[in-house]
Design a protein around this ligand. Structure first.
Ligand SMILES: [Zn+2]
Ligand SMILES: [Zn+2]
Length: 243
């Protein structure tokens, strides 16, 4: 059993945790996926949720956007030498900044197991504002028992399209059933019927639990509630997923 917890999201009403534009999640106690926009908020949320940043063994940044990398610098100030996994497609200035802050940069170009059962599947091609973008996602293989293993996907913004991201994760682990997909689905600018079609495809692929967060947008969350029934999860900062 492993836990994934959202530690940064733009939704957080009714909580004393900080919230703001961006996304970040802890995978277990040692892997931080994305860092939100603001390092002070991130570190404060980690503390409030019972995490010790000294126990973090690596950071994975999904893609080179401010709302996913912004909190990294405050963490690196406290944790020089921390491995930072990125994929192809990050700007040279990002590489430079990580080095200046003392981070141990690791560029992933394909499926890589970074901790037991925790994989980045490497860069996936997408499009953002008319230009190309590359983004990586986390594939989490849960359960100690080999015959009960399932696949869980955590996405940053899913600029390549969440269906494509899940397909690529699934192609990397064709023998596994897909349990959950959590993170930014980037439905902000999509029509309801396009969103509905994507949820339909995801459920057709066998996804059991869907947690649209961050840039999934109000419609992305509403259509999930409407169409996915018990498979839909309501996500905001602090949300905890057992996988
Ligand atoms: Zn984003
Ligand atoms: Zn983005």
């Amino acid at each position: 059993m492993m836990k994934v917890q959202v530690v940064y999201d733009n939704r957080g009403t009714g909580t004393t945790l900080h919230y703001g534009w961006g996304f970040s999640a802890m995978i277990g106690k040692t892997v931080l996926f994305d860092t939100g926009e603001d390092g002070d908020k991130l570190l404060s949320n980690l503390r409030s949720l019972g995490y010790d940043y000294n126990e973090i063994q690596m950071v994975v940044i999904s893609h080179d956007h401010w709302d996913h990398r912004g909190g990294l610098w405050k963490l690196l100030e406290k944790r020089r030498g921390l491995p930072v996994y990125i994929c192809d497609g990050f700007r040279d200035s990002f590489h430079q900044d990580v080095k200046e802050y003392g981070g141990n940069l690791r560029v992933v170009s394909g499926r890589t197991e970074i901790a037991p059962g925790v994989f980045t599947i490497g860069p996936i091609e997408g499009e953002y504002q008319g230009g190309p973008i590359q983004e990586q996602a986390i594939a989490l293989v849960s359960s100690e028992r080999a015959d009960r293993q399932q696949l869980n996907v955590v996405t940053g913004c899913a600029h390549p399209g969440v269906v494509k991201v899940v397909r690529e994760c699934s192609a990397a682990f064709p023998e596994l059933r897909i349990d959950s997909v959590l993170g930014g689905f980037h439905y902000k600018n999509k029509e309801d019927r396009e969103i509905a079609e994507e949820y339909r495809l995801l459920m057709e692929m066998g996804v059991q639990r869907l947690g649209p967060a961050h840039c999934s947008g109000d419609r992305g969350i509403e259509v999930c509630r409407r169409d996915c029934g018990e498979k839909g999860m309501s996500v905001d900062v602090g949300f905890l997923l057992d996988v």
